[in-house]
Ligand binder design. Sequence first.
Ligand code: CTP
Ligand code: CA
Length: 235
Amino acid sequence: DERGAVRRDLAGRELLITAGGTREDLDPVRFLANHSSGRQGWALAHAALVRGARVRLLAANVELETPPGAERIDLGSAAELADAVATHRSRVDALVMAAAVADFTAADRAQDKIKKDDGDDDSVPSLALRRTQDILRHSVLDRADAEYPVIVGFAAETGGNAASALDLARAKAHRKGADLLVFNDVSGEVFGSASNSVHILDQTGEELAASAGSKTAVAHVVLDELARRLPEVPW
Ligand code: CTP
Ligand code: CA
């Protein structure tokens, strides 16, 4: 997006962007994970830097080079991400939750590698899981002032079709209460790909904008909506 590329409308702003996918250890050698590559979060970071923002990236298992100029903090699990967000969110102008956060983690991480029973080919261990903190929801509830920071969530849905996925996203926008919810339909080939298709919803589920194309183009459209919600700088 060339308009975004020349406009330094985020100068003096600081964005906290989570990216990638968390990993939940089951034992010393295994974990529960997801397909998020971190590319959409990275594209948001690149686009925000170009527009003059300072960017702190909380990267969950991302194998991409740090965008030049961004401050990067690497972490692994949902609990580590929750701690990092709690530490950094109060000093930023916007929190962008692009990371795919595990909803469940092991109730008890095994100290030793979980073994299979060689004497019984039918026996399988059962994994006890517990819920993780909903970082986005938590951040919305914890926001001290109604204006700071702007909070952006993402929703990956696989509905039966695009329309029903969008309905799920509208309901999620209500539940989360973030200022913006970026819905993307992950029925197609989104993970690891350079392109994306999104609908940007407000907290009532109303559609504000839609964008399809490169993750960079999508990032600029998200930042356009985010920038509109930042309070005026008093100088
Ligand atoms: N999210 C979060 N903490 C979690 C789970 C999700 O902060 N423990 C955030 C994600 O970063 C994303 C948004 O919530 O910005 C929506 O994530 P999504 O997985 O689509 O929604 P969930 O509420 O977890 O619902 P479900 O997975 O059941 O569809
Ligand atoms: Ca989830």
